[in-house]
Design a protein around this ligand. Structure first.
Ligand code: URA
Length: 235
């Protein structure tokens, strides 16, 4: 990789700014001043430093966000705030994107990364990565609904994959349920519940694969995945 690209990727500055630092002799590669911005470096092997301070290159970033309602799962939007607007300037990178979508009014676990390969794997229906939702439903969900979820429900002329409906509590014509899907069709939870003649009034994703929404991560906050969480996610 070119030295100026490496420096820009570490967040030291823009490509133009880091070229100036190189020119000024402030960058060393293996303890030798390097004044060529085109110099080739190996981020795995070479020790690269700015004014004597070692720089580390990280290719991929993985964040776990507790999405609040009211923001959209997109990188840019003309009208609404996006999940990336919740990022501090120091963590924001232009290549970050959300893995899949949650509706604007849905809360909960959303992974934000710049690792396209992992995102692809997590979203592929073939990989069967479970997504678990907590939902508050207007209406009483029952065993018949559970059987319908298990068989798959027809949406847009196509049967969904079998899904699980766990009924946690029923009170005053409202049901608290958990729904586990292996895929992510547009508005899938809301449409499957609607197909049973009931309505989702609150929806929150609480798990993706082996990764659960941490209880201590408040709404609107995010943090980097721990190495253990990343391992769980990669399976
Ligand atoms: N299903 C929905 O209906 N909405 C979401 O945001 C996620 C799953």
């Amino acid at each position: 990789m070119r030295l100026d690209k490496f420096l820009a990727e570490t967040g030291l500055g823009s490509r133009k700014e880091v070229k100036q630092l190189i020119k000024k002799g402030q960058i060393t590669v293996n303890q030798q001043i390097e004044k060529k911005d085109k110099a080739q470096v190996d981020p795995e092997k070479d020790q690269i430093a700015y004014l004597g301070e070692a720089l580390h290159y990280q290719e991929f970033y993985y964040y776990l966000l507790h999405k609040p309602a009211g923001v959209v799962s997109a990188t840019e939007d003309k009208k609404d705030s996006t999940v990336l607007n919740l990022f501090d300037e120091a963590d924001y990178r232009r290549d970050l994107f959300p893995v899949g979508r949650l509706d604007k009014d849905t809360e909960g676990l959303l992974l934000i990364t710049n690792d396209g390969q992992l995102a692809h794997e997590l979203l592929s229906p073939k990989k069967h990565v479970e997504k678990e939702y907590f939902a508050l439903i207007e209406g009483v969900m029952d065993e018949t609904d559970q059987q319908r979820f298990e068989k798959g429900i027809e949406l847009d002329g196509q049967l969904t994959m079998p899904a699980q409906l766990l009924i946690d509590q029923i009170a005053e014509e409202r049901s608290e349920v958990r729904i586990i899907l292996n895929e992510g069709k547009f508005h899938q939870v809301k449409r499957m519940v609607a197909a049973c003649g009931k309505k989702v009034v609150y929806l929150k994703r609480i798990r993706m694969g082996d990764l659960s929404l941490p209880e201590d991560l408040s709404k609107g906050r995010y943090r980097e995945l721990t190495p253990e969480e990343l391992r769980l996610l990669k399976g």
